[in-house]
Design a protein around this ligand. Sequence first.
Ligand code: 6PG
Length: 250
Amino acid sequence: MAKPQIIILDDAQSLFVRAAEEIVHVSGEAICTHGQFSLCLTGGNTPADVYSLIATRFHLSVDWNAVHLFWGDERCVPPDDPASNYGMANRTMLCRLNLDASQIHRIRGEAEPQAAAIEYENELREFFSLEPGEFPRFDLVLLGLGDNVHIASLFPGIPALHETQRLAVAVEVDAPQRRRITLTPPVLNHAARVMFIVSGKNKAEAVKLALEGPRDPDKYPAQLIDANPGEVMWLLDRPAAALLSASAGK
Ligand code: 6PG
């Protein structure tokens, strides 16, 4: 497993700015090398300020015409539902941008879950021109970290943790929005880069288990992430990194 790069920022605001800077940097590199930037967004609350920063302070630093947005997971709710990951990205970022609908590849949380997962898989296959058995290579996948060490909607102990063929699946998880659709481990691990964005002391235990805990991906799904030959970066603020060994990060 490639050793992840761990960067520790003093506080949440510094973390959000650094995350936005990294996204801008990767977008420029991707667009220069292959003319487009495929960014897979994470849900939850942590990235909201990052998305706002990208659409405001860093707006002019991104060639938005070459950007395509995807989601790592979605709750099975309509896009205007407060729990929708698309809805959060729309409120914080998309509403400030002038992207064409063809650049936004949302998961249809309002649809029947199995059908929505298949629809999203077909959209991925079409966009990335995948042959059967191939996985999409996102230029950048953003991930948050649940306090139970889940990533996307890959929660401890669920069968989807062992999925090796599907690109996206419908799952039922132990969370307020039980029914979700999530990308699978092979898709996340096929990314050119995976960047975790984790903030707050309530995540310190989960970060410790993910990065320095006993190896048990079934229990600690974040341990599944090994985007070889891609890069894995953990952006943490100091409270989230508080339990890591002194040698971790900078
Ligand atoms: C979701 C996210 C999920 C999230 C973590 C952390 O749909 O909820 O994809 O994986 O990143 O639960 O959430 P917070 O950032 O809100 O702590």
